[in-house]
Design a protein around this ligand. Sequence first.
Ligand code: FAD
Length: 538
Amino acid sequence: MDRVGPPGRGSPAAPRLARRPQIRGSRGRGRGADARTGRRRTRAAHRRPGVVPPREGGGALRASQRVPARRGRPHHRPRAHLPGRGQGVPVTATASDRTTEARLRASGPWRNWGRTESSRPTFRASPTSTAEVQALVRLARERGLPLKVVGAGHSFTSIAATDGILVDLDRMQGVRAVDAATGRVTLAAGTRLHQLPELLAPYGLALQNMGDIDRQSIAGATSTGTHGTGGRFGGLATTITGAVIVTGDGSILELDAATNASLLPAVRLGLGALGVLVELTIQCVPAYLLRAVEHPEPFAVIDEFAARVETADHFELYWWPHTDRVMTKTNTRLPLEAGRAPVGPVANWVEERLMSNGALSLMCNIGHVLPAATPAINRFATRVYGDREYVDHSYEVFTAPRNTRFREMEYALPLEAVPAALRELRAMIEDSGWRISFPVEVRAAAADDNWMSTAYGRETGYIAVHRYVRDDPERYFRAAEQIFLAHGGRPHWGKMHYLDHEEFAARYPRFGDFLGVRNRLDPDRVFQNPYLERVLGR
Ligand SMILES: Cc1cc2nc3c(=O)[nH]c(=O)nc-3n(C[C@H](O)[C@H](O)[C@H](O)COP(=O)(O)OP(=O)(O)OC[C@H]3O[C@@H](n4cnc5c(N)ncnc54)[C@H](O)[C@@H]3O)c2cc1C
C-alpha cells in the first residue's frame, strides 16, 4: 500500500469559558435516557491480548497541573484551574524517542444538527496525530474525565455528547494510503464523506454506496451504522477492511484480515464505545455513474417493495402521509463510459434548493401553524416533486443537501415485514388525527455480520419517520416505534428511539460479545456517556 502525504493542520479556535457541565436532550427522551452515569469505574487497566504497544507517544503521561483531577462527577467546575479565552492546556505524552503534546481548550456549548441534544463539554481538543489522541485518552483516564469524539454531530441521539473532553478529528483528515490493486483506501478517521469524491478521483475510486447526505465523518458514519439503499449492498461499515483505534488505556490497536480480525465485527460499528478510531481502511469500487429514475406511483407499490429491491441496484421510496402516493427512486449503476446526462444547473437548483429545501421548509412551516392544511400540502407535494430521469456521478445521485432541519427515527425490519409495517403506520396516522408534514422514507440493505449492525444476520428494510424541527415528534415517534418493534425492529444508532440496553440485548444476538470487547478495550469506560450507558449498560 502506498502511503501518501500527511493530513493538513488548522489552527484551534479560541476557547470560551464553559459553564455548568450538563448533557441535555430536548425531545423524545426515553426510558433510562439522560440518567446520569454517576461514578465511573476506577478498575485499573492492564494490558490485554490483542492490544499492541503504542507506535507513537506512549510511556508516561505528564499532564499539566492546571488540568483538574476529577473523581466521580462534580456538580460545579473548579473554575480557578480552567484555561481562559485564548489559552490552552498542554498535555504531554513522552516516549523514549519522542515527546508529543496535545492541547485542551475550554469548550463552549455543543449541540447536534437535529437540535435534539446539547452538552457543555469541560474541554475541547482537536488533535493532529495519533500520538496526540493517545495523550488525550491517557489524560482523560488518569483524571476521570469521559472523552468522546464527535464527527459532524449529525446523530439525532446524544451518542456523541459529553460533559468531559470533546474531541474532533477535523485536523486528522485525508488519504493515508491507497492500494491500487485492491481498491482499498486508508483514510484518516476525521475525513468527511463530502471530501471523498475529490480525494478518490485521482485513483478512479468511489464509495460502494452512500446515504442521503455527505456531511458526516467517515468514523462517525460507520460507528452508527449509516446506510444507503440497495439489496446487494451493506451499510458503510461493511466496507471497512482495517482500522487503527486508540483504546481506553491509550494503546493502539491495529485490525485487518490478518491482525485482530476477530475484533473487526465489533470495531467496524463500535458506537464510539470502544476507542478513538484514527484510521479506517475502506474497500472502494471503481468510480461509477447512476441512472436515476424518480416517479410518483400509487401507495400499493409498497407490496412490491422486496421485488423492486431485488431487481434494482438501489431502490427506495418516500410516502407522503395523508396521500395515496409514493415517490419511487430507482438507481442503476453504469460505468463512467456510459456518459453523464445530469440535471441542468437551473433544474437542479429548482429541485434541490427550491423544492426539496426551500419549498419543503415553507410547507412545513405552514403545516406547523396550520396543521389542518398539511394533507392538502402533502397532496400538492406529490404532484410537484420528483418526476425525472438523469445520469450522474454516484455521489451526486445518492446525496443531496438537507437544509430543512428535522428530527428522525429509523427502524430496521426484516425486509419482508416492510409492507405490513407501512400499512400499520398509515392506519395509525389516520386514526390519530395527527398531521404529519414530512415524508416517510423506505430503504433496504443486505444482511451483514457486524455485531451491532441494524442489518445483522438478515436482509433488511428500513422505515424512517421524520418531523419538522418545530413540531414535537414524541407522540408520533413513540407510536411508530411500537409498530416497528412488533415487527422485530432495531433502531438506527444515530436516530431517535426510546429503547434501553435490555431491549437491545434481546434484539442483537452478539450483544454480549460486543460488551465483552468493550470490557477489554475500555474497561474504565473512558468513552462512556449517558447514551451509551442507556443502550449498553455500565
Ligand atoms: C440530515 C441527515 C441525514 C442523514 N442521512 C442518513 C442516511 O441516509 N443514512 C443513515 O444511515 N444515516 C443518516 N443520518 C444519520 C447519520 O449518518 C449518523 O448519525 C452518523 O453517525 C453521523 O455522522 P457524524 O460524523 O455526524 O457522527 P456523530 O454524530 O458526530 O458521532 C456518531 C458516533 O460516532 C462516534 N465517533 C465519531 N468519530 C469517531 C472516531 N474517530 N472514533 C470513534 N468514534 C467516533 C461518536 O463518538 C458517536 O458515538 C443522517 C443524519 C442527518 C442529520
